[in-house]
Design a protein around this ligand. Structure first.
Ligand code: 8YV
Length: 316
């Protein structure tokens, strides 16, 4: 009999879906109208869970899966999985470590350029027909902020942080970073986040969110200052969103570009009308190439665990 899998979030690559469904009996929990009935009917037989980085799995749901052996996260962040509980139960957790680094770093740079150069507001300006009709072309658009040479502060110098740094360095940007400790990287370490914010023109969040909830609050934003930009490709909960909105409204920072939010799929409406903000619907890893690699890792991880071997990307 094929092992039974509970799938908590969609897989967008057809070939990966087909492989998953050919190897396992898959219960598509995310599509169920009556989720409780789904668990009542199948919970006792579930041996594996497939979930997304943001979705994770609650302790309450794991508790209803007595034969659960593995949670395969289709993402790199495991902050939405109760790792301590999983460890106690002997449930293995895998993540797609290394599979999405480049894409996430690419989007961080895209967002930085997007917000500093006003790419989205320029696009809206052209589409609305204002370019052709305005008496003084470009007058309503403020001049942009040069990106090359900006002082970049990276919060979290893990795989993604390093890939962001590499790219920013190619733009001639001096780079400093903060992390739990100094690391073996060719960038300046700043243990104090406030100081890093003071010394940066743009702060890029690339930290894991297991700890550090609302790391970026009013004080850090004030330190970043009216010429400073905040870029977040990590987790929404790292930022105190009401404080960010207040800082933007008061002109205490110059702008923000966000791929992630505290309460996805909801982004704060106060941001919608602002031209000093670029918003993305948590899409940093959403390319065909990366999602294919991630999906393959998820399926391979399940196969390995059920065969009693150590999977790649094993977190616990
Ligand atoms: C993934 C993420 O795209 O890797 C993560 O932790 O949050 C995202 O980049 C998401 O998990 C897709 O399922």
């Amino acid at each position: 009999m094929k092992p039974q899998i509970l799938q908590l979030s969609p897989i967008l690559i057809p070939a990966v879906r087909e492989r998953l469904e050919s190897l396992f009996t898959v219960h598509r929990y995310f599509e169920q109208a009556d989720k409780d009935a789904c668990i009542a009917a199948h919970g006792a037989h579930i041996r594996g869970v497939v979930t997304g980085g943001h979705t994770g799995i609650s302790q309450a749901l794991m508790a209803r899966l007595p034969n659960l052996q593995v949670v395969a996260v289709n993402g790199v962040g495991t902050d939405a999985v109760d790792l301590a509980y999983a460890r106690d139960r002997g449930i293995q957790v895998t993540a797609t470590i290394g599979a999405l680094t480049e894409d996430v770093a690419d989007l961080a740079i895209g967002l930085l350029i997007g917000v500093c150069r006003g790419i989205c507001s320029g696009d809206r300006f052209v589409r609305a027909g204002h370019w052709a009709t305005s008496a003084t072309p470009l007058a309503p658009l403020p001049l942009a902020r040069q990106v090359s040479g900006m002082r970049i502060g990276i919060v979290g110098m893990g795989r993604v942080g390093r890939a962001v740094a590499q790219r920013a360095a190619a733009f001639g940007c001096p780079i400093r970073y903060t992390d739990l400790q100094a690391l073996d990287v060719p960038y300046g370490f700043e243990p104090d986040l406030l100081q890093l914010a003071k010394d940066s023109d743009a702060l890029i969040l690339a930290a894991a969110a297991d700890k550090g909830e609302a790391l970026i609050g009013a004080q850090v934003l004030r330190a970043l200052g009216p010429e400073g930009y905040l870029i977040n490709i990590a987790r929404g909960k790292l930022v105190d969103e009401p404080a960010l909105i207040a800082a933007l409204q008061a002109g205490e920072i110059a702008g923000a570009a966000l791929d992630v939010f505290a309460d996805e799929p909801h982004a704060p409406e106060a941001l919608f009308e602002r031209d000093d903000v670029v918003l993305q619907p948590h899409r940093a890893s959403a390319t065909v190439q990366t999602r294919t690699r991630m999906g393959e890792m998820v399926v391979d991880g399940l196969v390995e665990v059920f065969a009693g071997r150590k999977p790649q990307g094993l977190v616990i």
